[in-house]
Design a protein around this ligand. Structure first.
Ligand SMILES: *Cc1c(COP(=O)(O)O)cnc(C)c1O
Length: 393
């Protein structure tokens, strides 16, 4: 691929592999396997598959490879491995790198399933995990030891939108030779500069902004070719969390428009966050792209824009939060994010229900907290919808 292309061109044309029919839209190679001309060719391919040679869809497939090449071009990574879901990507990235006796330092504020993998699964296999407040550099510094092998965090925490200093934490990790793995969903592939800022491995749930239209589950692990092909691929292809060719096609179509969608969503989020400042029914409006965010300077330096999600805290606890949700007209009550459709979530009773009250409090998941994922609808309609629902509180 022409590396000189700018982002939007890469997103439309990057990674394309045309069949003998020269189709315009990317082909869906909905096949689990491939036929060999003769037995010797099969033997040769199993020994060493070439760039355009495939064996079995769990190992790789032309449609999946198109998606991997396109998202790698967007992220500025050497290579990528596509997975069946975001969690297959998170668990695959971690499990493929770690072994019993290893020490991991992780931010405490994590997506529920990420927390489960680190707290319940890795520890069962003899990995020691230390959790820290991800925004506190001194805490990272004292938790990272000379034998720490991996550092993990979500670059922006869900749902309270605290931002972690990617470059600073990466530097602390690299000083002891630890690898840095980030779940970068909230930063989005559009605003991410994680690789340039020192991260070794970036993971996305493609279910979020990459599909962005609520259709399919998927994920991707990005890193060096050496890491993807020698560490991730053997783990994923033998444990079975690979992406299906049909999903890869959906995600390729998502990538064509991701830059347009996510920038429009961020613009909508900025406008809504601004319209809600100082609202009498709210105790907090948190948006990384608004100057009132505690780490606004870091956000500007790290990703330029504030992303597509806002957190609001309604006065009056859960009852008031539910009245707000039930009064929304355009914004849907659901639990996805990054979608073209605006979505509101009550984390305390849904996505973070499993956590203890103490843990919720520690993470700022209060009964009045609402996570608002801003879609691509008209921003004046969205502002009117949100303000109208606040009137009902
Ligand atoms: C949604 C999400 C995941 C999991 O992705 P799935 O595609 O649902 O498996 C992981 N991390 C973060 C931050 C997410 O938002």
């Amino acid at each position: 691929m022409d590396k000189k292309w700018n982002t939007r061109t890469k997103l439309v044309h990057g990674g394309t592999r045309r069949s003998q029919y020269n189709e315009v839209s990317e082909a869906i190679f909905l096949t689990q396997g491939f036929v060999y001309d003769n037995a010797e060719a099969a033997e040769a391919r199993f020994l060493q598959a070439g760039e355009d040679e495939f064996i079995y869809a769990r190992y790789g497939n032309p449609t999946v490879a198109m998606f991997e090449n396109r998202i790698a071009a967007l992220e500025g990574a050497e290579d990528a491995f596509a997975t069946a879901s975001g969690m297959a990507a998170v668990s695959g990235a971690l499990m493929s790198m770690l072994k019993a006796g290893d020490h991991v330092v992780s931010a405490r504020a994590l997506f529920g399933s990420c927390l489960y993998v680190l707290e319940e699964i890795l520890t069962r296999y003899g990995v020691e995990v230390t959790f820290v407040d991800g925004t506190d550099l001194a805490a990272w510094k004292s938790a990272i030891r000379s034998d720490t092998s991996l550092v993990f965090f979500e670059t922006i925490a869900n749902p309270t939108l605290e931002v972690i200093d990617v470059a600073a934490v990466s530097k602390l990790a690299h000083a002891v030779g630890a690898k840095v793995v980030v779940d970068n969903v909230f930063a989005t592939p559009v605003f991410s500069n994680a690789m340039e800022q020192g991260v070794d491995v970036v993971v996305y749930s493609a279910t979020k902004h990459i599909d962005g239209q609520g259709r399919a589950l998927g994920g991707v692990i990005l890193g060096t070719t050496d890491y993807i092909r020698k560490t991730v691929e053997p783990y994923m292809k033998h444990t079975g969390g690979s992406m299906s060719p049909f999903t890869a096609w959906v995600m390729l179509k998502g990538l064509e428009t991701i830059d347009l969608r996510v920038r429009a969503q961020a613009e909508g989020a900025e406008a809504i966050a601004q319209a809600l400042q100082g609202h009498a029914k709210l105790t907090r409006v948190v948006y990384p792209g608004h100057p009132s965010h505690a780490q606004h300077e870091l956000v500007t330096r790290q990703m330029g824009k504030g992303g597509t999600v806002i957190a609001l805290e309604v006065k009056g606890g859960q009852a008031a939060a539910f009245r707000f949700l039930n009064a929304l007209d355009i914004v849907l009550i659901s639990n996805n994010l990054g979608d073209a459709k605006s979505i509101a979530t009550h984390p305390a009773t849904t996505t973070h229900q499993r956590l203890s009250e103490d843990h919720k409090q520690e993470l700022g998941i209060t009964p009045g907290l609402i996570r608002l994922s801003v879609g691509i609808e008209d921003k004046d309609d969205l502002i009117a919808d949100v303000l109208g629902a606040l009137d009902a509180v």
